[in-house]
Design a protein around this ligand. Structure first.
Ligand code: ZN
Length: 165
């Protein structure tokens, strides 16, 4: 699977969120490093949650493999971090893949830009001395909340196809 600039910007956010600490074993790493990875609960194949903050966690290689090969344990781990309400929300969003696939395809640059900006915002909080878990916002969070993730650009393009203009 091709890792895009949007994936990379998102991965930096996920790892910064935990202050470069594995969310399972608690080992802290010094950025930049590939020793701490961005692990996805629902795999990257699922476009709807590929860059959705609640679907990803910072894990060292060993914990990443352990979670990946034990789905039941992974679910407990995710529930422990998110709580039931956010977990249920994640499952709902994960089922919007048909529509979100289009957004993923057409809005790579905007997605990358959003997560780079979020990363910079988190860095400022770190520089201010905050060491706990930071949260960051999903790309088009307000649209996801309404279950309507198509952008206006996308809608206009679809209209064009329909009218033949
Ligand atoms: Zn670990």
């Amino acid at each position: 699977m091709k890792i895009t600039t949007a994936d990379l910007a998102f991965s930096w956010c996920v790892r910064e969120r935990s202050n470069w600490t594995c969310e399972r074993c608690g080992t802290q790493y010094m950025p930049p490093t590939k020793a701490l990875q961005c692990s996805h609960y629902f795999s990257r194949d699922n476009k709807s949650v590929r860059v959705y903050p609640d679907n990803a966690f910072a894990n060292c290689n060993g914990c990443h493999s352990h979670l990946g090969s034990n789905p039941h344990y992974f679910k407990e781990f995710v529930l422990g971090i998110l709580g039931e309400e956010r977990y249920d929300r994640l499952v709902t969003v994960s089922n919007q893949s048909a529509t979100y696939g289009k957004l993923w395809k057409h809005e790579q640059k905007e997605i990358a830009r959003h997560y780079r900006a979020e990363y910079e915002r988190m860095k400022i909080a770190r520089e201010g001395g905050f060491i706990g878990r930071l949260e960051f916002t999903a790309y088009k969070a307000e649209c996801i909340a309404k279950g309507n993730i198509l952008s206006n650009v996308q809608k206009n393009t679809e209209k064009k196809w329909k009218t033949g203009l």
